[in-house]
Design a protein around this ligand. Structure first.
Ligand code: GLA
Length: 397
């Protein structure tokens, strides 16, 4: 039996379902609603906090939050997926608290308030169809959906870059994860039918069309969970900053392979390999955006496979399960009729792979790869096709 994720629920269906649950939980219909998507990164991994380039797309799985304003300053937060209720008063500073999941919503409420998004109290219910812990930015979706709800409640809109930066700060301060800007940025600014090439230094973006009807984005969850605040992520960041210091540049974005070679004697082997990944990955990301524009899928695929190898060998953030999924996909490498390219996606240490696959072949290949993966690892993977989707939006209830 092959385990397939159910087809993605539309935003409207998810809204109706969540609104009905809100009525049950709070005894009245919601009056305000917002949604923000998860993301998958096509290429450009561990480059965002090096001032580099990333190429993610928003996916058709999202966090929806519905609410009704209150006459006092009390906020009550509930979730459709997890037990418990968070309750606090907006006349006091908003801090971290129980239940743990509420911190992804408390952060945006606290920091949104500092930017003037100050609603009265409200009751809210959140529902997410982004698999959690799978490297698809379920936390960014929660954060950005809450900021968007605050926009709906106050009628005050944030500048999109400021909104993404605020959600990132919430992740740093309320979820204790020193993430880069990619996830919150694409969840805010995703565009239907497109990936976004983001310059993480100046925050400029370039739309990259991803609307070839013959090609689909396949996500396979290795179903090995990870926690980014396990320390590995922060350690990688420090290693990159130290390498940039030795190379005499502000960030690894400014380094070249020539500079790296001439400084080799001053870097230990680990620092050298970390820097080599980031420098190479930035170039691969720019090249991949151009190759996608030209629909040069042979080039796109080679860049994706090279990215995975570099994350596995130089940056050391892959897992045996992710390596296995990419190896199994590579066995069907055929830019004309099969797998175009495949790699791990997100922070690593578990989670998902992303593959570009010819539409005609995707059902057969997803079944084959997950069956072979089960045989090799004993773990059941989940495969699903996603479509490049719009970023956060206020929904009409
Ligand atoms: C996590 C972080 C992102 C980014 C990726 C690696 O998803 O949240 O900011 O650094 O890892 O590319």
């Amino acid at each position: 039996m092959i385990r397939r994720m159910p087809a993605a629920e539309t935003a409207d269906a998810q809204l109706q379902r969540t609104a009905a649950q809100f009525r049950e939980a709070f005894g009245c219909p919601p009056t305000h609603a917002a949604a923000a998507p998860g993301r998958v990164n096509l290429i450009g991994e561990h480059t965002d906090y090096n001032d580099g380039f990333v190429l993610p797309l928003a996916i058709d799985r999202r966090s929806v939050v519905v609410a009704v304003p209150r006459e006092d300053y009390v906020v009550r937060l509930r979730s459709t997926g997890v037990e418990g209720e968070a309750s606090f008063d907006l006349t006091q500073p908003v801090t971290t608290g129980e239940p743990a999941w509420s911190n992804y919503l408390r952060g945006p409420i606290a920091l949104g308030g500092e930017l003037g998004l100050k609603p009265t109290g409200f009751d809210a219910l959140v529902d997410s169809t982004v698999p959690s812990g799978g490297g698809l930015s379920s936390s960014a979706a929660l954060e950005v959906s809450m900021l968007t709800l605050l926009e709906a409640l106050t009628g005050q809109m944030l500048d999109p870059v400021q909104k993404a930066l605020t959600a990132q700060k919430a992740e740093h301060e309320f979820a204790n994860t020193p993430c880069g800007i990619m996830d919150q940025f694409i969840s805010t600014m995703g565009k239907e039918g497109h990936a976004l090439l983001i310059d993480c230094r100046d925050h400029s973006t370039r739309d990259v069309k991803l609307d070839d009807p013959e090609v689909v984005v396949l996500i396979i969850n290795s179903n090995v969970k990870h926690e980014l605040n396990g320390g590995e992520y922060a350690e990688r960041r420090q290693q990159c900053e130290a390498a940039a210091g030795t190379l005499g540049v502000k960030a690894l974005r400014d380094a070249t392979l020539d500079m790296l070679e001439s400084t080799k004697g001053q870097l230990d082997d680990t620092a050298y390999r970390r820097a080599r990944h980031v420098i190479g990955e930035n170039q691969r990301t720019l090249d991949c955006a151009d190759a996608l524009d030209a629909r040069d899928y042979a080039a796109v695929g080679n860049l994706m496979f090279a990215s995975h190898d570099s994350l596995r060998d130089d940056f050391e953030v892959s897992t045996p399960e992710l390596d296995k999924l990419v190896e199994l996909a590579k066995a069907h490498h055929d830019p004309e009729a099969g797998v175009i390219g495949s790699r791990m996606t997100g922070g690593g240490f578990g989670g998902c792979t992303v593959s570009l696959v010819r539409r005609d072949a995707v059902d057969r290949l997803a079944d084959q790869i997950t069956a072979d993966y089960r045989q090799a690892t004993g773990v059941e993977a989940e495969a699903f096709v996603t479509v490049p989707s719009a970023g956060a939006e206020i929904l009409e209830v």
